[in-house]
Design a protein around this ligand. Sequence first.
Ligand SMILES: [Zn+2]
Length: 275
Amino acid sequence: MEKIYFLIQKFIFKIIFFGFVSVSAQTSDLFLGASPIDYLTGRAGDKMISFQANGRTHLFRPDAKQAFDKMVEDYEKFRKEHETKNKQKLPPIQPISAFRSYFDQKSIWDSKYRGKRKIAKSIKGKSPEEKVKLILEYSSAPGTSRHHWGTDIDINALDNSYFEENGEGKILYKWLQENAEKYGFCQPYSPYHERNNQGYFQENWHWSFAPISQKLVREWEKLYKEKGKSLLGKIEGIDAISNETPLIYVTSVNKKCDEIEKNWNTVLDTPQKYN
Ligand SMILES: [Zn+2]
């Protein structure tokens, strides 16, 4: 009798325990068990997985990495076929930068502000407001970067022309434009005029795993409305950044990213989507 009692107790414990685990897995999966503020501001690097590319170690979210690998694998098939058929070499997809921590981004930002790191236009003799504006053409302020989320990746060349008319990556880019969405990827910084001339300039090299990143955009927006510029921490030029600026830059992205996210039904179960 006592034994049966024990077994029933064990059974009930199991139901409660696994019920709890599955509920918490659902609610915390977006932040991979980190707190929302840590995750969204680039302090959850320990939740990412690492991989090697171009002689460097990169970090990426596990689900985004799985989708990215599948995309790379299929592009490789296309590349080989294309090369055989057209006797023309194509570049592989080469990761340059994936996850970046708050401190990685702070070091980029501060050194650009101090003029120690090159940016497209010189910031010499500019006012703090002008400097901030110039850096923001292509770089995010720490605490506001999509690279903090492990869903976004820069590939091949940080140069739009590489992916255009006479560029080495022209056919790769065309393939991405036609196929990336099947793997959940979008180009968030599409042509500037398509985004009401707001936010970062066009970046043909930056791709994002939309089923997760667009959810994170909304979470970031919510958090920013609560905490304001404190999310950016102590950085150079902070007083020259208006309260609205980070919001505008983070939310001014390609509408296609939202479409991909909306039509992606099995976010926590991505492999089924493209198998
Ligand atoms: Zn980028």
